[in-house]
Design a protein around this ligand. Structure first.
Ligand code: NAI
Ligand code: PYR
Length: 295
């Protein structure tokens, strides 16, 4: 957000106030060499009454052997200590949830906050989509930004890709594979999905966390909102009948503008793809069931 000059001011809050201050001081040192002055300071929840967007990134990174879903209980406890005082401040902006398991925590924030569904967004499969586009781009040797593909469902092990909708600059990926056998050989689509799903762990196992990817995905989401772009990004949003699913947050292509998650794009999938999507959503629903009632 700072290096792209996306907003006027950023307030940093962390239970570890020294850490928040350390981040502020480090970020401030960038301003001289950037295009605009983004003010950065530490703050308290009481200062959140009139902010446009709150990004929740506090959480419990998974311990060795844990999945994102295993961190649900701890993350939910942490997030409650944030959402309650934020709402008490009078906040009526947009929550963007990053904390994992992000789809379920976003749903929890939606319930806890009582805000309309468009005002609570999980980063969902936005990051997985970026990873997926990189792998497809590598295979066919094009810029990842020319690839149109979505990872959908859980930001986690059960995510799926509707391959029948994937295009490279408008040409269907299936046709590209058929027309370029000499370049791409036999393409194992399941293996690409597996690589996409594993990528977070490839990074996590080497550096103990991931941040450039999610920070930039998040900045993209925030730009779409603040600049009223109507940009479509796969984020986690409440499904109310779309794709035949209700009362669950899942990663789906979503139109983002000044109102937040303005609308869901319902892409047409094959029956097999839809089945995989339902299977992923079923896992989210099971875990969401544990979190439904704010206590
Ligand atoms: N959705 C996504 O694609 C991604 C999600 N994550 C998730 O983000 C969360 C944080 O990950 P990291 O930044 O790597 O962890 P980290 O441990 O570096 O940072 C977490 C921060 O949260 C703070 N914190 C803990 N409890 C708090 C509370 N009650 N109130 C305020 N602040 C509190 C800690 O002091 C710490 O500074 C995890 O849930 C992780 O899984 C991380 C990367 C990508
Ligand atoms: C940490 C995480 O969820 C990711 O990088 O995918």
């Amino acid at each position: 957000l700072v290096t792209q000059g996306v907003c006027d001011e950023i307030l940093m809050i962390d239970i570890n106030q020294e850490r928040a201050l350390g981040e502020v001081l480090d970020l401030r040192d960038t301003i001289k060499y950037l295009d605009r002055n983004v003010k950065v300071r530490t703050a308290s929840y009481a200062d959140c009454s009139d902010v446009d967007i709150i990004v929740i990134t506090a959480g419990a990174p998974p311990q060795k052997g844990q999945t994102r879903l295993d961190t649900l209980e701890v993350s939910a406890k942490i997030v409650k200590t944030i959402v309650d005082p934020v709402m008490a401040s009078g906040f009526d902006g947009i929550f963007i949830v990053v904390s994992n398991p992000v789809d379920i925590i976003a749903h929890y924030v939606y319930k806890l906050s009582g805000l309309p569904k468009n005002q609570v967004i999980g980063t969902g499969s936005s990051l997985d989509t970026s990873r997926l586009q990189n792998f497809i781009a590598e295979l066919v040797n094009v810029d990842p930004r020319s690839v149109y593909a979505y990872s959908m469902g859980e930001h986690g092990d059960s995510q799926m890709v509707p391959w029948s909708t994937v295009t490279v600059a408008g040409k269907s990926f299936n046709d590209i594979i058929q027309d370029n056998k000499d370049l791409v050989g036999d393409v194992d689509l399941d293996e690409i999905v597996k690589k996409t799903t594993r990528e977070g762990w490839e990074i996590y196992n080497r550096k103990g966390t991931t941040y450039y990817g999610i920070a930039t995905a998040c900045a993209g989401i925030i730009k779409a909102i603040l600049y009223d772009e109507n940009r479509i990004i796969p984020v986690s949003t409440l499904l109310e009948g779309e794709y035949g699913e209700t009362d669950v947050f899942a990663g789906v292509p979503t139109i983002l503008n000044r109102t937040g998650a303005a609308d869901i794009l319902e892409i047409h999938m094959t029956d097999e793809e839809l089945n995989k999507f339902h299977q992923s959503v079923e896992i989210l629903r099971e875990y969401t069931g544990k979190m439904h009632t704010p206590d």
